[in-house]
Design a protein around this ligand. Structure first.
Ligand code: PEP
Ligand code: MG
Length: 589
């Protein structure tokens, strides 16, 4: 085929070359009519396929490695779907009443259900459309009796509209070199899984299914966000060389990950890890992180039953003792917006991102909050635990939490339960209100962590999950930069530490500016920790300060990007291309 370049969102870094393998057969669905006499046979054929798909999903579940155990839940949800009468009966009934073949009845039902979920306000439920589509693809494949999901035994680049974690778990991972999907984004299940498995992956590759051809050669550039279909020899040579360089660089950063992140002029920066589940602790320990800068505690609360204090204690204590003597910063429950508790869904807030989220929810529902705080205080007896409050916008919120902690301390003393009487208490600075009163907040708490993911969205007044305004997600907007500087200076005036735990921390271009503004530490996904530490060791504080000074003077974000890029390209050379950045994807190619 002719050489073609497509662009996508790089969700798992690395470069891979291989041949196109469509993950799912894409049979041409057409409305095939059947006679009333054929109905029973067609329904039976469908029932048999449902059984087979359920059996293969159960087998896939057995293949999930221990440290990725959370994916079992995703596969279990898909198994449940194959039992769901809403899905199965709707298809059987369509076959009978519309006299159509099973494949057509399946197609109509899946489309209907996906549309239903896609239109839901709650992003968690919206994401369920992905699971329905995944189950639908499997059933469709079963009905066509020509499955092509098996790997070719060669170096495959899997291509699909979307790929579910169950699909990935069924593969011969030794043969799969890369994954490309038309749908999905950086937070999809497959994106997270491919990062854990270290498979280069691009999501949201527009036009992919229409252009790619089975067995054709393809290059996945998970660093530059590009797909090269039908590459020529020159492309192949260039990317092989780049892949070798990238692998050598990654190995080097891993070998040196325990070295301190100290800039050339001796200024030391903390590099910690962000964590979502206790099962990821091993990855943190291997990354050389200086502790856990952000433990997102929401996940235990997202299933139908709320966790008990003992369950939370077990989870928190395992993390705290596992990372000790280093510190684990636990962020208290940040539900709302894109992570809803079952009870919250019923609230139907008109604008949940501006609603009862984070600390607002916790102070309203103190039973849930107190259970979590007690578990954290008790975990503090055996590890180095700190508490961090999300979505703070008033001083009173912090004061209220301090009062609750004091009450809980009395309670635990009375119950003779071992606990830490006073844990360090920090706040996330992620609302414009918190940014503007950070001098007052700095008097009330022990540390700040800047949640740039939210802070930028709230400063720019854009909804985090609204792609129409995603172009305004501008980390170098003067309003963002000035806020960051204001927060860092306020923390330092009160002698408290300030960290950045949003995604910006792993973007090399922005990192240099953050360091120049004086941030004490950064916290990022474990995978990025060794690279960030290596990068910091090549910066010098004085140049970073000068860069930050110049960028802060500018009111032109595009000019700031150019300035930082030129400076870093000069000092780091090609190594800059081994880091993923949300800025300048085009210039990095
Ligand atoms: C942030 O807002 O930057 C952050 C780290 O928290 P989360 O992404 O969980 O909202
Ligand atoms: Mg946040």
């Amino acid at each position: 085929m002719a050489r073609a370049i497509l662009f996508g969102i790089p969700v798992s870094p690395g470069i891979a070359t291989g041949i196109v393998r469509f993950m799912h057969n894409a049979p041409h669905d057409e409305e095939k009519r059947i006679s009333p006499e054929a109905v029973a046979q067609e329904q039976e054929k469908f029932r048999v396929v449902v059984e087979k798909v359920r059996a293969s999903l159960s087998a896939a579940m057995q293949n999930v490695p221990e440290d990725l155990a959370e994916y079992r839940e995703v596969i279990a949800a898909q198994i449940e779907m194959t039992r769901d009468p809403k899905l199965v009966n709707a298809i059987l009934s369509r076959i009978e009443h519309r006299l159509v073949c099973a494949a057509w009845a399946l197609k109509l039902t899946i489309e209907e259900l996906c549309a239903l979920f896609r239109d839901m306000d709650d992003p968690y439920l919206r994401d369920r459309a992905q699971d329905i589509r995944a189950v639908g693809l499997r059933l469709r494949e079963g009905l066509t009796e020509n499955p092509s999901r098996n790997s070719s035994g060669q170096t495959d680049i899997l291509i699909a509209e979307d790929i579910s974690p169950a699909d990935v778990m069924e593969l011969d991972l030794d043969c799969v070199q890369g994954i490309l999907t038309e749908e999905g984004g950086p937070t999809s299940h497959t994106a997270i899984l491919s990062r854990s498995l270290r498979i280069p992956c691009l999501a949201g590759v527009t036009g992919l299914l229409g252009i790619a051809r089975e067995n054709e050669q393809v290059i996945v550039d998970g660093l530059g966000g590009r797909v090269l279909l039908g590459p020529d020899q020159n492309d192949l040579d260039r990317h092989t060389e780049r892949r070798e360089e990238y692998t050598a660089w990654e190995n080097f950063t891993l070998q040196t990950c325990t070295w301190p992140a100290e800039m050339c002029d001796g200024v030391r920066v903390g590099v910690q890890a962000n964590l979502e589940r206790a099962t990821e602790l091993d990855a943190v320990l291997r990354s050389g992180a200086d502790g856990i800068g952000l433990y997102r505690t929401e996940f235990a609360h997202l299933s139908a039953r709320l966790p008990t204090e003992e369950e939370l204690l077990e989870e928190y204590a395992s993390v705290a003792t596992g990372i000790a003597p280093l510190q684990a910063v636990f962020r208290t429950l940040d539900v709302g917006a894109d992570k809803m508790l079952h009870a919250q869904i019923a609230l139907k807030e008109p604008n949940p991102a501006l609603g009862l989220r984070g600390i607002r929810f916790c102070l309203r529902h103190q039973g849930i909050f107190r259970t979590q705080l007690r578990a954290l205080m008790r975990a503090g007896a055996s590890g180095n635990v700190a508490i961090m409050l999300p979505m703070i916008s008033t001083l009173e919120e912090v004061q209220q939490v301090r009062a609750i902690l004091q009450e809980l301390h009395q309670e635990l003393v009375a119950q003779k339960l071992p606990h830490a009487p006073r844990l360090p208490l920090g706040v996330m600075i992620e609302t414009p209100a918190a940014a503007l009163i950070c001098d007052a907040l700095a008097r009330e708490c022990d540390f700040f962590s800047i949640g740039t993911n939210d802070l930028i969205h709230y400063i720019m007044s854009i909804d985090r999950s609204n792609r129409h305004v995603a172009y305004l997600n501008e980390s170098l907007h003067p309003a963002v930069l000035r806020s960051l500087k204001h927060i860092i200076d306020a923390a330092h005036r009160k002698n408290i530490g300030v960290s950045v735990c949003g995604e910006l921390a792993s973007d090399p271009l922005v990192l240099s500016v953050l360091l120049g503004m004086g941030v004490d530490s950064v916290s990022a996904a474990p995978r990025f920790v060794p690279g960030i530490k290596h990068l910091i060791r090549q910066f010098d504080a004085e140049s970073c300060t000068e860069l930050a000074y110049n960028v802060l003077l500018s009111t032109d974000a595009a000019a700031s990007k150019r300035m930082i890029y030129e400076k870093l390209h000069q000092s780091l050379g090609p190594e800059l291309f081994f880091h993923t950045t949300s800025l300048f994807t085009d210039s990095l190619s």
